[in-house]
Design a protein around this ligand. Sequence first.
Ligand code: FAD
Length: 719
Amino acid sequence: MSDDAGVDSDITSVPVLSDIPTPTEATTTDTDVDPATAPSDVNGCVVWHRKHLRTADHRALADAVADADIICPLFVFDPTFYDNDGLACDARIRFLHEAVDSLNQLYENSPTQSITHQASASHDYLAEETPVEPQQIQSITGEYQISADSDSGSDSTSNTPLNTNNSESDTIQSSPRASEYSSGLTVGYGDPVDILSHFVDRGWSILTMETPTSRYGKRRDTRAQSVCGDALRFISGDGLIRDAEWSRANWKSHITEWLAAEQHTPEWSGDTTQLTIPTGITPSVVEKTHKINPTKKMVPTGTHRAATTQLRAFVDQIGSYPSNISAPQDARTGTSGLSPYFNFGLLSIRQVHQYVNNNTPECRGRRMFTSRLIWNCHYNQKLADWAGWTDRAVNPAFEEFNADRHNPALVDAWKHGQTGFPMVDASMRCLRETGWLNFRMRAMCVSIFTHILQQPWWIGADWFHHHLIDSDVGINYTQWQSQAGLIGKPSQRVYNPRKQVRDHDSDGEWITKWVPELSDLPAQHFPRPERTPLAVQSECNVIIGDDYPRPVVDFDARRETFWSRYERRRPEAARELARPEIAKRASFSGGYDAAQAIAQRYAVDESDDEADNIQLSFSEITTIDTDSDSTGENTPAINELNDTTYTVPDSSMTLQESVISIPTGTGDYAGEPSPDDREAVSNAVDLSTTDKTGDSSNDNINTDRSTETDEQTTIEGFM
Ligand SMILES: Cc1cc2nc3c(=O)[nH]c(=O)nc-3n(C[C@H](O)[C@H](O)[C@H](O)COP(=O)(O)OP(=O)(O)OC[C@H]3O[C@@H](n4cnc5c(N)ncnc54)[C@H](O)[C@@H]3O)c2cc1C
């Protein structure tokens, strides 16, 4: 690891958080006072940071500062998120670690009285010869120090919200990574529930921001609540509706008001006291222990300074945002690039919403951008409404869709950018190498995976989740299900990667950046390299089938198969949406009414023998395409000739075997055994051993539903 020079210890040789002082002990500075007889009504509050790694617009922190006598900001490194148990690539872990370092600096600079509880026994611990398991808790004796002058003159504005008048007020200086946190964050390592319960046992209460979560995170939060009881409070401070029978009643006006409302700003005063318990655990130590070694390139830096710099640079070019959104090479610098900062909460959606509204002229770019900030909330609301998005199809009619078609070779071709569709391959390689793609390319890759390769959606969603630096469970999985068509909306689109080349990379700049083996092929052949005349292939020395794969499936035939299979399930899907339980899960912005409208229109009576044969016309499908782009771009793809040659990878597995081996999407089998960047980047699959038997799953239904639209644009369009 390049940036941990000088850090000799790892987690097997430093103390973990233990021997926590009671709030009274922590505030008893007079050495003559016996802590045992000191007043016991000191109100101490731990602010447990998980994802909201900031100090501005942070409701839990603001409440703690307002109500407690002493606060203890805490972050816990949970080993579950590392090694083979974890689902994040090393680059995302590094981003998180940078953010924790940066948060520590914010707290070091907060205008508070700072108390340090010294872990004085750490050196004994270091002297131990036997390696100690990370979970082992060491008992240490503490001594307390108060630095009277620590009301932080150095950067007293560092905890203010983003200044909406565009002055330099909120950034912190980045500095070398700390070897120990001594006056900022308290950092633990281990099961967060254990550590929280130690604090509770010592008389602390705990506040944390509620975060939509699923799988392990959901179980952890439930466990923490049951172990800590009333001492732990999850606070909703992100604008999402919780604990309501129908979260979507008046959701739009609620979220609009919330975004405009005053931020949750901690009202620091000279009286605020902040406790830090140095534990020797820092991101550098964790990285060393878990051998974190990111290989991705072009990854943003996870600091608050970088976040605000990025925001300000984007605001200067917001006018050109609409024209930069679709083409992947333009989007790389033309969209905000803020998604990882939102995901880990270095900036809140509301901070950015207000900053942009206050610092840019009213224009289309501003409207489009701020509506996307609402999409962030919209998709996260879906996960808050139903935690099952990561594991099950939201509409039961599509449960296990494509499971019987699982073909590991096709999955590998997609993951490693070897499908023979240049736009898809460039995107998948870019994802693996940089951890980012623009919306359109993400959606296209989902469509190819689920509609054309016809593979189980959760494998692809987990792959995205692993590689995306910005992977937000609340958006990634809900978007996957939405793009795959598992909600049962009448609007469904299948992206045509050839059209994407013509529309967004006609000169091949993007494709050749990520698929360099096509560099010498004339650009007019990029939509369909396999159709390049043999003479041209020889002349430019790019032989399709040798240097670059032929399409692994027949796109047009697969598209027809998809529509046919999909429409057979649609009436049932519509009927499911009539059930309140399913409508709640789907969490349409229009609430139950929207779900019922679909049900009434598309749920054909089950007793109708013809029901399964009904196919809607193209115009019917697009009539209530609530996700369509404001440009009205709902254009059928250009009518293209059928493929004459195509290949299907040879899977030596029988169907039965491959179904049994489908990764479950959770736990150890989550999509992939949590591949590390190092393997992922170097591990391009070899598809040279393909057979040429054709696609046996072609049902030959003759329909034309090759819709090509952009994403939804207005909040009214949410579904
Ligand atoms: C299959 C799929 C998976 C996705 N997974 C994620 C994810 O894990 N995390 C994530 O932040 N975005 C995700 N998106 C949405 C979108 O692609 C990214 O938000 C965007 O590309 C991030 O770049 P940006 O910050 O420059 O976006 P900008 O265009 O600058 O948008 C600003 C912000 O608005 C929000 N936003 C933009 N588009 C969307 C959208 N379609 N849905 C919800 N919020 C949106 C994001 O918070 C984004 O940072 C996904 C989209 C698809 C199709």
